[in-house]
Design a protein around this ligand. Structure first.
Ligand SMILES: [Fe+2]
Ligand SMILES: [Fe+2]
Length: 193
């Protein structure tokens, strides 16, 4: 009973003053409970736009996984072993990004778009079939720079609409910036073709 009193007191003004109508908020939370993380304060148009944007990010990540994987398997020779291990590490990190983005799309009430027929056209980054180590590194650096620009724009677009999706993209962006930095370091050590 004592706890109830404290809560009622909060509702009247003090600690919950930033919430427009606490009892309406509690009612809305109970309605459509099975929508999980998607509550009525998230406008449908925003949710759809964020899901579309996350699907673009997902396609971008998967194309990055495939490109890095090919570069890993197509790198031959003892001297290139270190670079190959970096390609594999990046491929695994891009896969982790893809999985995080897919999980967020599910939290937002949709299935992730993993259709391989449209993957490349939906991706911002490109695939690459070059055979020289230097060209591979350059293609990866360009793809990372594309991802960095595109994630920055997505983060700006999301703004305050969906803090969780924004934070996810911010953490992925930070890792893409590390990837770009790694590639610059590697390129400095690889002779020009
Ligand atoms: Fe990534
Ligand atoms: Fe990356």
């Amino acid at each position: 009973m004592k706890i109830m009193n404290v809560m009622q007191k909060d509702d009247a003004g003090g600690a919950n003053a930033f919430i427009s109508d606490l009892s309406a908020l509690r009612d809305r939370a109970r309605d459509h409970m099975m929508k999980g993380a998607v509550t009525p304060s998230y406008p449908e148009a925003d949710r759809k736009a964020v899901v579309d944007l996350l699907n673009t990010a997902l396609a971008t990540e998967i194309v990055c996984v495939l490109r890095y994987k090919r570069h890993y398997f197509a790198t031959h020779g003892i001297r290139a072993k270190f670079v190959a291990s970096e390609f594999l590490e990046h491929a695994n990190e891009e896969q982790a990004h893809a999985d995080q983005i897919a999980e967020r799309i599910v939290q937002l009430g949709e299935d992730p778009d993993l259709n391989p027929a449209t993957l490349l056209s939906r991706s911002h980054s490109e695939y690459d079939e070059s055979t020289s180590l230097r060209q591979m590194l350059e293609a990866d650096l360009i793809a990372e720079r594309i991802a960095i620009e595109s994630y920055r724009e997505m983060i700006t677009f999301i703004g305050a609409k969906d803090p969780t999706s924004r934070r996810l993209l911010e953490s992925i962006l930070a890792q893409e910036e590390e990837h770009a930095e790694d590639l610059v370091d590697l390129l400095e050590d690889v002779p020009k073709d």
